[in-house]
Design a protein around this ligand. Structure first.
Ligand code: SME
Length: 167
């Protein structure tokens, strides 16, 4: 299945429209969360050549006795350069999306207060929450090395992709 993933050369929207049924077919045959996150990250990276594509999952905090935050985001399957491994609730773009439970489009990461810079090459970003039974269980994070790379088209289709991911 994965090796048959076809690469579209059309507009951004055409690429998403081609990718969605392929991902649906790929994910519907597999129940393992890590396997599915890994394939979604690979498919998005292969299709759009984003600088960084990956997931952070909400996990119990190792030292939760020392803090009133019982959970944190932990790095999960991704494609791209190495990234920071743990993000606190409300911190950076990813932690803010977890807190606010909504997609954020950041046209210029340097203008986002508290942005966590995993790479100086990252210029713009979109982060989409993953929901399970009404609760945020993680985020899909995509970084571009171009300013203003993401818009409502990305948000619309990435939210659909995030909705295909179940635990
Ligand atoms: N920039 C993100 C951190 C994750 S990296 O981009 C992979 C943030 O501010 O949450």
């Amino acid at each position: 299945m994965a090796e048959n993933l076809s690469i579209s050369v059309g507009s951004k929207e055409e690429k998403y429209l081609e990718l969605l049924p392929q991902l649906h077919s790929l994910l519907s045959g597999e129940t393992d969360l890590v396997a599915n996150l890994a394939n979604v990250a690979a498919a998005l990276h292969q299709t759009f050549h984003f600088f960084w594509v990956g997931f952070y999952l909400v996990r119990p905090k190792v030292d939760s006795n020392l803090s009133n935050e019982p959970e944190e985001l932990v790095l999960a399957p991704f494609q791209g350069p190495i990234a920071c491994t743990r993000i606190r609730w409300g911190r950076g773009v990813c932690g803010t999306v977890w807190k606010e439970e909504r997609t954020l489009i950041v046209p210029d990461v340097e203008r986002f207060p508290g942005h966590i810079a995993c790479s100086s090459l990252s210029k713009s970003e979109i982060v989409v929450p993953l929901f399970c039974q009404g609760r945020v269980i993680g985020v899909l994070d995509i970084d571009s090395d171009c300013l203003g790379n993401f818009d409502e088209v990305d948000a619309k289709y990435l939210e659909q992709i995030a909705g295909m991911i179940t635990t």
